[in-house]
Design a binder for this molecule. Structure first.
Ligand code: AMP
Ligand code: MG
Length: 416
């Protein structure tokens, strides 16, 4: 949807958010499979189906501390049984349980021959020998059968699954010391701007601290990718060129600043000299200018994102455009954050024609959302307060109090 100001700039393409994302995703593909130690795969996407190499559990065992017995002997409370042994976890039982007999058994210990039921300690007098059963117990109680969890040869985790703590535990139980996953992209991050100083410097007159390199690095890491910060490039074509040369080892390059139409915006011409870059005006607020292209390297072409310099715009365009691309490269099929609908507490005005992403604070219990306050694109504190983005459609000029609005759940506290 072209707007008057972007039409005035003529040469630039104006795209909707969805069109821009579609073009980006069409130009990135999943990376290759890599093998690595199990725990290093946390957050990665499994490349091959994981198959059970044995039944899990591989032997019949007790789910409780108690007495392994024959069900026929414990159908009445007050049955008295001879205790002929004791079985600990990790030890195979010697001998079998016959009629009128019991073996003391610990949780996880193998069931002895002859026994088909475990009576919990709490349902006995805890006798050494004999033991008195104080509650009738049904056949099969507290016995875990072999293969009850997983069957040998069964596909346990499908290729394409994201590995979290639960999957890591299952893979460990199957003996996967090393796993094949889709490699996660390495992301090189460059800030541009003469006004920027690093975190450990005191800004002089007209200078500001470089926030984007840190917020973008953190956002890359939150997406389980490796981030490499390559410092600040000055607003000088040679310096930008030098920084991008250093960044060329990455699977993805992310720059911030220098992509508006100011005199000192060198990113596009420099990238054009090293590859190609499209300059897009996106019908979005905040974060309008976005550059996307490819840098030619000895390894082939590397996607490069030129994000706007405003700290809110930089982080927002990362969230909307870079993060899905990183996830696709890392083999994910679900590229979108979860969404929700909530009742808006405060009225929000927005420019007609621009899809607007207000930073919001979502109260899940109340089903409501309020904005973080002033929504200017330089107000980075709005990002720090937000746990969601309020996604307001292009066509409207405002969202009213009490209206149901769409949310992108970027960062719910419960996720931590
Ligand atoms: P630019 O896109 O280079 O025109 O920058 C737009 C605005 O963002 C200017 O106010 C810059 O000072 C600011 N800015 C650019 N880069 C950064 C950064 N790395 N950290 C904080 N602010 C920045
Ligand atoms: Mg700049």
């Amino acid at each position: 949807m072209p707007t008057s100001s972007s039409a005035a700039r003529g040469a630039r393409t104006t795209l909707t958010v969805d069109e821009a994302l579609g073009r980006i995703l069409a130009r990135v593909a999943p990376l290759e499979e890599v093998e690595g130690p199990l725990l290093a795969a946390m957050g990665s996407v499994l490349a091959r189906d994981a198959i059970a190499d044995r039944d899990v559990p591989s032997f019949r065992n007790s789910a409780m501390d108690g007495y392994a017995v024959r069900a026929a002997d414990v159908q009445t409370a007050d049955a008295r049984l001879r205790v002929i042994g004791s079985i600990s976890a990790g030890v195979m039982p010697e001998g079998a349980v016959g009629p009128g007999e019991a073996m003391r058994i610990m949780t996880g210990a193998p069931m002895p021959e002859g026994a088909d039921t475990v009576v919990r300690v709490e349902d006995t007098d805890n006798g050494t020998d004999p033991v008195t059963i104080t509650r009738a117990t049904a056949a099969g109680t507290a016995v875990r059968n072999a293969g009850e969890d997983l069957r040998r040869g069964q596909r346990v985790i499908a290729a394409g699954t994201v590995l979290r703590a639960g999957e890591i535990g299952v893979l460990a139980s199957l003996g996967y010391e090393r796993v094949m996953t889709i490699r996660r992209p390495n992301v090189a991050i460059v800030s541009t701007g003469d006004e920027l100083v690093d975190i450990d410097e005191v800004p002089g007159p007209g200078q500001i601290r470089d926030a984007n390199r840190y917020s973008l690095t953190a956002a890359v890491r939150a997406a389980h990718c490796a981030a490499f910060e390559l410092g600040i490039a000055r607003d000088d074509p040679e310096d930008v060129k030098h920084s991008l040369g250093n960044a060329a080892f990455g699977d993805v390059i992310v720059t911030s600043g220098g992509v508006s139409v100011g005199d000192h915006d060198h990113v596009k011409p420099v990238v054009d000299s090293m590859g190609s870059m499209d300059f897009w005006s996106i019908a979005i607020r905040p974060g309008r200018p976005l550059a996307f292209g490819e840098l030619r390297t000895t390894r082939g072409s590397v996607p490069i994102f030129g994000l706007p310099g405003n700290p809110v715009s930089a982080l927002l365009t990362f969230e909307l455009f870079v993060r899905p691309a990183l996830l696709k490269m890392a083999g994910h099929t679900r590229l979108n954050r979860p969404r929700a609908k909530a009742r808006l507490v405060d009225r929000l005005e927005k420019p007609t024609g621009l899809r607007t992403f207000a930073r919001g604070i979502y109260d899940r219990d109340a089903g409501s959302v309020r904005s973080t306050g002033p929504q200017g694109s330089g107000i980075l504190s709005s990002m720090a307060l937000a746990n969601c983005l309020i996604d307001l459609p292009e066509g409207k000029a405002a969202a009213e109090r009490g209206e149901m609005v769409d949310l992108i759940l970027t960062n719910l506290v419960e996720d931590h």
